[in-house]
Ligand binder design. Structure first.
Ligand code: HEM
Length: 456
């Protein structure tokens, strides 16, 4: 008999038993799209409806997902709504580029993300996390959600620019916050496919911030270029140097380098931060899991000082992080649009339909998972992991457009967890009452206030 306690079931909206009214739907989409989905979305292989903004398909079946993201990928482009939200900020960065621009950029950027370079980032990741952990005062209450964003931003800034930013300290961070707060929002007008000339109230404020922010990025690039010319050997081997090396007729243009720096900032720190926050929270609510992970981390740190090795050496820690990303996928929805009408079995995917491959519903699907809403890292333990279909667990997407930063993120997450959990224990307090809300990422509304105590 299994003697472990009943697993923790973390907060999530219950599947709706009746569809919302039109007005209610608009309100939910604006406030928290995770609350939109009904029983069928968590039980059926797919849903096909004639939505307000045209036909909508929710794809849950792993075979169908494979069809869309891999087998017939040529027939799918990024959905118009997603592009309307993201392109004004990220332009021709890899996340929002399409067609030939995407193909050329992805190829040019592959060398930037080789294991050799990612391993090279392990030490800065470690150093940043240690410096961050030094600031914690034992016995205090901290907002883990905010702190993880600070930490992953610190790590990203270090691996992007090695701290060489052409702006007064603090300015860049403030601008990023403002930019994504005002620009990266789902606007109800976009969902209704309203014409572009109708101003989006959610975005107007962002334009000035955007111009200022881009100016800082351009100056930072120019500053580095100068340094590379002056003394190429002393320049840091960070993302900026690597991207500048990818510049050229078959590689990236200067504008694309700028766009990709902004893309890395947009795609590469809040995502990891959210997953780290949810991991720490779920572990605090499952002390028996936390014990296992603390023991693993203590054992590995005692014998293996090289952080490059930790991801492989800590399968339980990695599993907890993967399970947190199952329950709270940082990117809750991957959106596509068929270029021409497509079929899968008896499902017709009409040209221009919105096709949602939602890690949020796939990861909680009643027919794909045992106890889908429970936090059970053992699903991802060695030996069990092979039973999970490649297309039923997609925190990083799949196919040619799979997250290019996945290895970076996994390495970063395990290093951050190893340092933080070896030194501190995080516990929930009376105010810890998070509610998952879909913005650009799956955020804990109410934050994650938690008590942090030094481990003896
Ligand atoms: C836990 C952390 C992360 C998660 C969950 C995540 C998730 C994703 C997902 C789901 C996609 C595919 C989107 C689609 O198909 O529409 C994606 C793409 C992408 N991600 Fe990540 N990501 C993470 C971290 C990172 C990091 C650290 C970076 C960069 C340093 C990054 C950069 C990108 C880029 C550039 C793309 C676009 C790839 C392409 O279209 O070719 N991500 N990410």
């Amino acid at each position: 008999m299994d003697a472990s306690p009943a697993p923790f079931v973390p907060p999530a909206p219950k599947p709706r038993t009746a569809p919302p009214s039109f007005l209610e739907m608009i309100r939910i989409v604006y406030r928290n799209p995770l609350e939109l989905w009904g029983e069928p979305s968590y039980n059926e292989p797919w849903i096909s409806v004639g939505g307000v903004g045209g036909p909508l398909v929710v794809a849950n079946d792993p075979g169908l997902i494979r069809h869309i993201l891999v087998d017939n990928v040529r027939n799918y482009k990024m959905s118009v709504v997603r592009q309307k939200i993201l392109r004004p900020i990220l332009r021709d960065g890899l996340l929002t580029a399409e067609g030939e621009v995407w193909k050329r950029s992805r190829k040019a950027m592959a060398p930037v993300f080789t294991p050799r370079h990612i391993f090279g980032f392990a030490q800065p990741m470690l150093a940043r996390t240690q410096a961050f952990a030094d600031r914690y005062v034992s016995g205090s209450t901290v907002d883990v959600a905010r702190d993880m964003t600070t930490l992953t931003y610190d790590i990203l800034a270090e691996t992007l620019f090695s701290g060489e930013i052409a702006a007064p300290p603090g300015t860049f961070e403030r601008q990023i916050d403002r930019l994504f707060e005002t620009m990266g929002r789902v606007d109800p007008l976009d969902l209704l496919r309203a014409p572009d000339w109708l101003p989006r109230i959610t975005r107007i404020r962002g334009r000035k911030t955007m111009a200022y922010f881009r100016g800082i990025v351009a100056d930072t690039i120019a500053m580095r270029e100068e340094r590379l010319k002056r003394d190429p050997d002393s320049a840091p081997q960070d993302f900026l140097t690597l991207l500048l090396k990818a510049e050229g007729p078959d590689g990236l243009t200067r504008g694309e380098i700028e766009d990709n720096i902004i893309t890395f900032i947009g795609a590469g720190h809040e995502t990891t931060a959210r997953a780290l926050g949810w991991t720490v929270y779920c572990l605090a609510q499952s002390p028996w899991e936390r014990d296992k992970i603390e023991a693993e981390i203590d054992e590995v740190l005692a014998r293996e000082p090289d952080p490059v090795k930790w991801l492989d050496a800590m399968p339980f820690t990695r599993a907890a992080f993967e399970e947190a990303m199952r329950l709270y996928p940082p990117a809750p929805s991957i959106n596509r649009q068929p270029i021409e009408e497509d079929r899968y079995g008896d499902l017709v995917l009409r040209e221009g339909a919105t096709v949602l491959v939602m890690p949020w519903t796939v990861h909680r699907h009643r027919r794909l998972w045992d106890r889908p809403d429970a936090f059970m890292p053992s699903r991802f333990h060695p030996g069990n992991r092979d039973r999970i279909d490649r297309f039923q667990y997609l925190p990083f997407g799949a196919g040619p457009r799979i997250c290019i930063g996945a290895t970076f993120a996994m390495q970063e997450a395990v290093i951050a967890l190893a340092v933080l959990l070896s030194r501190f224990r995080f516990d929930t307090v009376a105010e810890t009452n998070p509610w998952p809300v879909q913005k650009l990422t799956t955020q804990p509304e109410g934050g994650l206030p938690m008590r942090v105590n030094a481990r003896a």
